[in-house]
Design a protein around this ligand. Structure first.
Ligand code: UD1
Length: 413
């Protein structure tokens, strides 16, 4: 239950990125011994990933924001459905298993209902490195005599495919180039950790990654990069509620375009080394947004962009270029009185002064948070159902919201 009307004011601290920590945990499979991750977010997906790694023979300990993974000399190569079914990121064990074992059987994962999420680019990349890969009985199956460096050109800068190919290539023989690689800060974070482990990688953060294979990697201790999506969510929340929020624990460069959009909506944004402050005094004005791979506007903040548009002055167009089914939650916003319609991958929204409370249902992590933000600018109390999605990506979300002056209550049952 979310009550509308509060102006959110105060400080929030964001932890490590969900979309980084899960991949870094998988990367721990690349080196025998004890890898330690600090600044890990306390979200539901971290223990789930720990179970995936345990199923592969690793010992995993989670203590507050520290995750310790002890990888055996020879990890198992089969990640079964029970372990991976609940979340998409589990597929990132594919690359490390190919690197260490030259074979992998990974059940096709579940995850958010945001559109079809094929693995063709992951498989094409592994094939280029010399593996055979098929889908059999609901599993990705890959096998290779040995992995050899190759030129890989991705059709699209897929985050997951870049990560899997990168993690397979670090222990392959020779040089691999990945062209049209994803450039997200979480990819850079992975490259930094792999380099700390002894990998040789050039071009992190650019569209071309060059990887020179090495014989073995050694474990490391690594600080997970801050979660730009959580940070950006609070920035949008400040603008929607005409509030004043200072976000700590994030490099504002990772949100360069998002913060520019917030300024376009009328906010004052102050940037610091490890955070930013967003102040909104009056009703936000409409801005257009198009999602694209980094450094474009992140698709994971698209629901927040639409939420903002519903109460902005004027007409906004939000274009989704990454996941086709991400507009499902627009129907929920319409329940709250939003004047919005979708056509293909465009959503057109005419802002209203205030939304009106209603029961709504969240379909994934980001849509869930988008609906809570909408509830904050609706008259009365809004029931957001299936809120457990939020626990997968936003640590202590309700506590943080309350600290900022929001009223939210979780009802179990
Ligand atoms: C990751 C993030 C997710 C984010 C997305 C885009 C994690 C755990 N999740 O997801 O939060 O929204 O990046 O920034 O890090 N595609 C193919 N074939 C493939 C792979 C992808 O067609 O083999 C398509 C997808 O269907 C999608 C697009 O490429 O349309 C982008 O997907 P991708 O970048 O791979 O996203 P994920 O890694 O799944």
């Amino acid at each position: 239950m979310v009550s509308g009307g509060a102006r959110l004011v105060g400080d929030v601290f964001v932890g490590g990125a969900k979309n980084s920590v899960l991949k870094l945990m998988a990367a721990a499979l690349l080196a025998q011994g004890r890898t330690v991750l600090t600044n890990a977010p306390e979200i539901a997906d971290v223990p789930l990933m720990a179970d995936v790694l345990r199923g592969l023979g690793a010992t995993v300990d989670i203590s507050g924001d520290t995750v310790t993974i002890d990888t055996p000399a020879e990890p198992d190569y089969h990640a079964d459905f029970d372990a991976v079914k609940q979340f998409r990121a589990s597929v990132c064990v594919l690359g490390p298993l190919m690197a260490r074992r030259h074979r992998a059987v990974v059940a096709l994962p579940g995850g958010d209902a945001i559109g079809s999420r094929p693995l063709d680019m992951h498989q094409a990349g592994l094939r280029a490195l010399g593996a055979q890969s098929t889908i059999e009985h609901g599993c990705v199956v890959a096998e290779a005599e040995r992995l050899s460096g190759a030129e890989v050109v991705l059709d699209f800068p897929s985050v997951g495919a870049t990560e899997n190919i990168l993690m397979a290539a670090v222990l392959a023989e020779g040089v691999t180039t990945i062209d049209n690689a994803a450039r997200e800060p979480e990819i850079v974070d992975l490259c930094v950790m792999l380099t700390e482990m002894g990998a040789r990688i050039d071009g992190a953060g650019s569209p071309t990654l060059t990887v020179t294979g090495v014989d073995a990697l050694t474990p490391t201790t690594h600080h997970v990069v801050g979660d730009r999506i959580v940070a950006g969510t609070w920035g949008v929340a400040a603008v929607m509620t005409r509030g004043d929020i200072t976000v700590h624990g994030i490099d504002p460069e990772h949100l360069r375009l998002v913060l520019k959009k917030l300024e376009g909506a009328g906010a004052r944004v102050d940037r610091f080394d490890d955070g930013f402050r967003v102040i909104q005094e009056s009703r936000p004005v409409a801005v257009d947004t198009a999602t694209l791979p980094f450094p474009g506007y992140p698709t994971d903040l698209q629901p927040m962009a639409i939420g903002l548009a519903t109460v902005s002055e004027g007409m906004s167009m939000v274009t989704e270029n990454v996941f086709e089914a991400r507009f499902r939650f627009v129907e929920e916003l319409v329940r709250l009185g939003a004047d919005a319609r979708t056509d293909g991958h465009h959503a057109v929204i005419r802002g209203v002064e205030r939304l009106s409370s209603a029961p709504v249902w969240s379909s994934d992590i980001r849509a869930g948070v988008g609906l809570v933000l909408a509830g904050l600018v609706a008259d009365g109390d809004t029931e957001v159902h299936d809120i457990e999605h939020i626990d997968r990506g936003y640590p202590n979300f309700e506590d943080q919201l309350r600290t900022l002056g929001g009223t939210i209550r979780r009802e179990i049952g």
